[in-house]
Write a protein that binds this ligand. Sequence first.
Ligand code: FES
Length: 160
Amino acid sequence: MTEITLTLNINGRDVTRAAPAHYSLLRWLRDAASVFDVKYGCGEGVCGTCTVLVDGAAASSCIVLAAQVAGKNVTTLVGLGVDGELGPIQEAFVDHGASQCGFCTPGMVLAAHELLSSGEALDRAQIRHAIQGNLCRCTGYQAIVEAIVSLVPETAGSDS
Ligand code: FES
């Protein structure tokens, strides 16, 4: 098995590890770098729970080779915390009961972060569209959408 040594910046810290060349980013993070807040879900890029941000853009880490993102900045759920505490999006999810079993939560929070980082006003339809690649089997999505809405002061419209 061919191994390659890669350096990724994970949540602001350079991490260098040798791992099999075929490792997905998800597997590299979990098995080589011991980053366990990234979750394995479907393994096919469908459920969204393995979402991470690569240079600020959401990506399904199970279908991205680690070698493809060598040298890039990878942000996981933990990376959205502030001084070891929950960040604003994480707080909003808690406040709105937007996490139940937690399966979808890392991907949802990271997708929300990408969406909100534009700074644009958003309506609920836009929020639902943005998180459609993240499957939640518990909340029915309403609480998740409301948590994200709470972070958009100028949310347009009152559609539900
Ligand atoms: Fe359980 Fe979303 S909180 S899948």
